[in-house]
Design a protein around this ligand. Structure first.
Ligand code: ASP
Length: 356
């Protein structure tokens, strides 16, 4: 009897010790979870890179760009602050820029040689490595939304032209008349580039286009966004009208996953802007992610190597915006300027245009 009693006491003591341990492990976990309740998040955007010089910019135009960049990034930041997904932040932010005639995406897209507007866009989800893209659409007000629908509601990654628009109709998208995309400024840029081409063909050296603001303004304005949400998920998206005077249904880097857009929770989310042919050849967005992964270097180191060395070595120019899984950001470009903005979890806003 005495023996049984002693055994019972020993069991009781051992059991309560174990319970204490479990309790203390749980409270450790609680502390970690509590820390995770205020995890970091952030968002970074671009509105195109190119020959953007202070001397060619009026104060009112500069302010208009800054205001629109701030409006767009605030929309995405609010989504993230309220616990929304990185993908929702990316697409809603891009919608604001697509709807503004200031940028070469959606309304205000550049003109093709045939005087039409052909739009490209893509999104990528860093959690699943799922992606969606559309190329050469001519009736879609917000191509980034269609790229998202391709990702979410089709078995494919990339749709183009008329087929993409049939899919859009099936998805309940409203198709807009192509005249919606018209802006006088972009149309004039095309006319000037055509005049320049003709003068070159005719060897007519009397006309100089070197300082023509419409030509200088003709290449840039693509929009892009990369975001990290409170769940540690990354997403990126890019939307563009491509390059002025493009022909033969040319498709740039913006809808090419790995070139214009890439996101991977293990590394970073990237959106590119610049001379698309070189971004495709250099697989720029993916290269930055791959360099981080394989060389174990930081986002900024990878971005610098790709944008300041590899891309110019090929002959290309442009820039990227990117955010990594810890909220570090890079806004790297090798052109005179890049419209750009970053907002961190605390809501601190940085906006830039020129190379300063
Ligand atoms: N990357 C775009 C394209 O080549 C243009 C740009 O970003 O300015 O279509």
């Amino acid at each position: 009897m005495k023996k049984t009693l002693t055994l019972l006491i020993v069991f009781f003591v051992l059991f309560s010790c174990k319970n204490e341990k479990i309790k203390s492990e749980n409270s450790d976990k609680l502390t970690k979870n509590e820390q995770n309740e205020t995890p970091t998040f952030g968002i970074v955007i671009h509105g195109g890179a190119g020959t953007i010089l202070k001397k060619n910019m009026s104060d009112s135009l500069e302010n208009a760009y800054k205001e629109k960049l701030e409006e767009a990034i605030t929309v995405g930041h609010t989504v993230l602050k309220n616990g929304g997904s990185a993908m929702e932040a990316v697409t809603k932010t891009i919608n604001v820029m697509e709807n503004s005639p200031l940028f070469n995406a959606g309304k205000g897209a550049v003109f093709t040689h045939e005087e039409t507007n052909e739009l490209d866009a893509s999104v990528m989800d860093g959690a699943t490595l799922n992606a969606g893209a559309v190329a050469g659409v001519t009736h879609i007000k917000n191509p980034i939304d269609l790229a998202l629908a391709v990702m979410n509601n089709s078995p494919h990654v990339m749709l183009s032209g008329k087929g993409a628009e049939r899919f859009a109709e099936e998805q309940g998208f409203e198709l807009v008349d192509p005249s919606y995309f018209y802006t006088e400024k972009r149309f004039q840029s095309l006319q000037r580039i055509k005049d320049k081409e003709k003068a070159e063909l005719d060897h007519d050296s009397k006309v100089s286009f070197a300082e023509d603001p419409f030509i200088k303004d003709s290449k840039f304005g693509t929009v892009g966004c990369a975001a990290l949400d409170k769940n540690g998920n990354l997403a990126a998206g890019t939307s563009t009208g491509g390059m002025t005077n493009k022909r033969w249904n040319r498709i740039g880097d913006a809808p090419i996953i790995g070139a214009g857009t890439y996101a991977n929770n293990a590394t970073c989310a990237v959106s590119s802007t610049g001379w698309g042919e070189y971004f495709i050849r250099g697989m720029v967005a993916h290269d930055i992610s791959a360099m981080m992964e394989y060389k174990e270097i930081t986002l900024q180191e990878a971005a610098e190597e790709v944008i300041q060395k590899k891309l110019p070595n090929l002959g290309g120019d442009g820039g990227i915006i990117a955010i990594d899984k810890n909220g570090n950001v890079s806004m790297e470009f090798n052109t005179a300027g890049m419209y750009r903005a970053h907002m961190n979890a605390e809501g601190d806003l940085k906006i830039g245009i020129y190379n300063e």
